[in-house]
Design a protein around this ligand. Sequence first.
Ligand code: COA
Length: 422
Amino acid sequence: MVMKKRKLGRGVAMVGAGMSKFGAFPDKTSRDLFAEAFGEMEKSVDKGFDPRDIESLYIGNFSSDLFEGQGHTAPIMADWVGLVPRPATRVEDACASGGVALIQGVIAVASGMYDMVLVGGTEKMTNLPTERVTDTLAAASDVLYEAAAGFTFPGLYASIASAYMARHGATEEHFMRVGVKNHENGALNPKAQFNTSIANFMKRRQAKCQEQGQPVPDWKDEIDFLKDAAFNPMVAWPMRLFDCSPITDGAACVLLVAESLAKSFTDTPVHIIGAGQASDHALHERADLTSIGAARLAAQQAYDMAGVRPVDIRIAEVHDCFTIAEIVATEDLGFFYPGHGARAIMEGLTRRDGVKPINTSGGLKSKGHPVGASGIGQAIEVWHQMRGQAGKRQVPMDVPLAVTHNVGATGGTCVVHVYERR
Ligand code: COA
């Protein structure tokens, strides 16, 4: 495909951001969670704003129809936050629904059609038991050639992981290290579903064994714990429980305005200077399972639009729905050569204090993965880090440039955004 360099008709800036806590909330619907996210977003706009100035809404949502029996989600969200009769559009691209909603919002403002739009995402997954969540998610694969053959999402990513191991000599420990890092970050994120480190999980499991009068395992470190099949069972080889993102309820939203208006809302807007999106064949049709072509294309488009190189990017929130996915993402984004993403995690390069901090929020692994909201949750982490407001998980360096990378299913859709703080 010939890559055409694209540009925005005018600049777009993020001036507000809010999210609900991610987790399991039996007493809440996705509209309650969305209203929570909206309330936090309203408070985040430093100089205040009138919500009636919002002109349009773009809402990422994968499957409220199957999870909650509620289709046609976008106008419901608009109504719940008092924005009827503004146009409200639901965006569905599996786990990339939030990221694609964001690019739609960027296009809407950049085109000049709207000066202020609300971009959000929502998903309420825990209404269903795990088996039915698994079937619902499998609808985002190729149902004729993948789900029908018995593939689930852990199974599809397990194929990617085993291909990566075969090609690059990676081991299960490389994947486990991603989980350890992301849980360490998530432990510092009060909004995270698993707001706890794996070291802490170990201690809890030991305490439980003691309470129940069972032998107390004597793991020497987190990796020893993660190799213990009694506590970290195999889901689909080589992906174990702690390699999977969880089943999550949550919502998130950001407020976008034309760049020329941004300073009326805050002195520290976050500018979206690059956006790219691409699609790919279903996984079974790909020649190479160890990289996602659509992610490489989306990243190239976003970097070209922004006029930046991968080396310029300070931090990134990437789509770690499974631990292998983070390793592949860091290569597809051009941060590391093929096969070196696994080395980078072993060398600590992607830790909060490393040269390229990845998933400082805890990522989907620890923060949680309410699929339609995840892409917006990523933008919110970047917003906090770039403004120096990420609390205990703030990276120890200035963040003028950042990236988000959101993947639908196994990469049928990929969307990448580049952010700048001036
Ligand atoms: N990571 C770590 N721990 C997890 C976990 C995860 N992903 N999911 C659940 N747990 C923990 C629970 O907290 C619980 O711990 P507790 O006993 O201390 O309370 C325990 O494991 C059992 O939880 P449960 O909810 O019964 O797990 P489950 O077996 O029903 O579900 C998975 C586990 C891995 C099958 C489920 O999280 C899953 O399907 N994840 C993938 C989701 C997905 O595919 N998303 C789309 C990606 S493209």
